[in-house]
Design a protein around this ligand. Structure first.
Ligand SMILES: [Zn+2]
Length: 272
């Protein structure tokens, strides 16, 4: 059975294993390639949008729609500028940014590889304002561009299939890989399994996400009140979905107290 699965899982063989992240310098497992993930993300994102109620410019939430577009575009521009200045523009290859506000009570947001962002309307009361949305969007986008998705999926693939497939490139149309993708991106989960981010990934997403939000003109000091509100929401009976993949605790808040002053150096307040 396992052999059969393995046989269908492996499409072609190319030797890859670990690679050093261009921005963080950290070595990451990457059995599943970024371009493959982007390809899967496009399909999954389209399907997700088709199955959900997407807020449009003409709806009763036109103000919120415009706000999400504005935050997204500002952050994406800040990231493009930041990467270009460091000579790392090619790291964003394949990025075709999209920002969608989706109707739903869930307190949740995500960014799939390739820049496919979703903010749930249920998150807006916790975010409270535009800077709050920028904090969470910066964080989600940082996970994507720091290739945390491919790292989490690679770990899951390695754990499931062992060393035999390390170095294999897996067919992106594969069902097993699709299920693992679902476990990484909870909203498209076909199972109840969720693969949470590691502490290292959370910390990186906080650090770079806030830096990008700051460069986009949003005050990084909003981060601590935002995540505190989120943690408080986590204490209620209706635990925000986002906390299942982004564990938040007191240690995280203490870490943010170090990250916020660092991000303040990048803060360029909006002139208008
Ligand atoms: Zn996170």
């Amino acid at each position: 059975m396992k052999k059969l699965l393995l046989g269908s899982l492996i499409g072609a063989f190319v030797l890859t294993g670990c690679s050093r992240n261009a921005i963080t310098g950290r070595n990451q497992l990457n059995i599943v390639s970024e371009s493959q993930l982007q390809e899967m993300a496009v399909t999954q994102y389209r399907q997700f949008l088709a199955e959900n109620n997407v807020v449009t410019a003409n709806s009763s939430m036109s103000k919120e729609y415009a706000m999400v577009q504005r935050v997204g575009k500002r952050i994406a521009n800040a990231i493009t500028q930041y990467y270009t200045q460091q000579g790392l523009g090619k790291e964003l290859q394949g990025y075709k940014w999209e920002f969608n506000l989706v109707q739903g009570k869930d307190v949740n947001a995500f960014c799939m590889p390739g820049g496919k962002v979703v903010i749930y309307t249920g998150l807006l009361p916790v975010a409270q304002n535009e800077a709050g949305v920028a904090v969470v969007m910066g964080h989600e986008i940082a996970h994507a561009i720091l290739q945390h998705g491919s790292e989490r999926m690679s770990r899951a693939v390695a754990a499931q299939y062992g060393g035999q497939i390390a170095g294999a490139v897996i067919g992106s149309q594969n069902q097993a890989l699709g299920n693992i993708f679902g476990a990484v991106y909870a909203p498209v989960a076909t199972t109840t399994m969720i693969l949470p981010n590691s502490r290292a990934q959370e910390s990186e997403a906080d650090r770079y996400g806030l830096r990008f939000a700051a460069l986009a003109g949003y005050n990084p000091q909003e981060a601590i009140p935002f995540w505190t509100r989120m943690a408080q929401a986590g204490g209620s009976s209706n635990v925000p979905t986002i906390l299942r993949s982004h564990p938040t605790n007191e240690q995280r808040i203490r870490d943010l107290q170090k990250i916020v002053p660092e991000a303040m150096k990048y803060y360029r307040p909006m002139s208008n």
